[in-house]
Write a protein that binds this ligand. Structure first.
Ligand code: CO
Length: 155
């Protein structure tokens, strides 16, 4: 495993759309391992492949949100099935926009399907903080970043 460099403040690159993963080969498995290590080091909650310079549809989330890195889950080729629940407005940060926060409105529940590193499809439902993290990371795969959709808050 190796740490990868997180791209910051490069709106042009971070606005690109990522391509699906056709084949979960060693490169993708290594990418997921490296992303997990990089996320643990950075202390974030989620990380998407384009943030480390790879335009592929992969993100990882710490599904316990405890920040200890013990519950990192990979989502390969994720497809949002349903977004529902109340619309909440919360502050979000992003490892690609360090030190900045943006108020973003999102529904508080999400259901999606994705593949793990073994290529197995699974369904996952998240609420509140986890739902928000999933939608944030999934947005990265479509080139959508929080400066584009949120209101910056200066404190
Ligand atoms: Co982000």
């Amino acid at each position: 495993m190796a740490l990868r460099e997180i791209i910051t403040n490069d709106d042009e690159f971070l606005s690109k759309k990522s391509r699906p993963v056709d084949n979960i080969d060693k490169r993708i498995i290594d990418l997921v391992d490296d992303m997990k290590q990089t996320l643990i080091k950075s202390g974030g909650v989620g990380l998407a492949a384009p943030q480390v310079g790879v335009l592929r549809r992969v993100f990882i989330i710490d599904i316990d949100a405890e920040g200890d890195g013990g519950s990192l889950k990979e989502f390969i080729n994720p497809e949002i099935i349903k977004k529902k629940g109340r619309n909440d407005k919360y502050l979000e940060g992003c490892l690609s926009y360090p030190g900045r926060s943006f108020k973003i409105i999102r529904p508080n529940k999400v259901k999606l399907r994705a593949q793990n590193v073994k290529g197995e499809w699974f369904e996952f439902e998240g609420e509140d903080f986890i739902a928000r993290a999933i939608m944030h990371e999934n947005d990265h795969l479509d080139g959508i970043t929080i400066p584009q959709i949120g209101t910056e808050v200066f404190e």
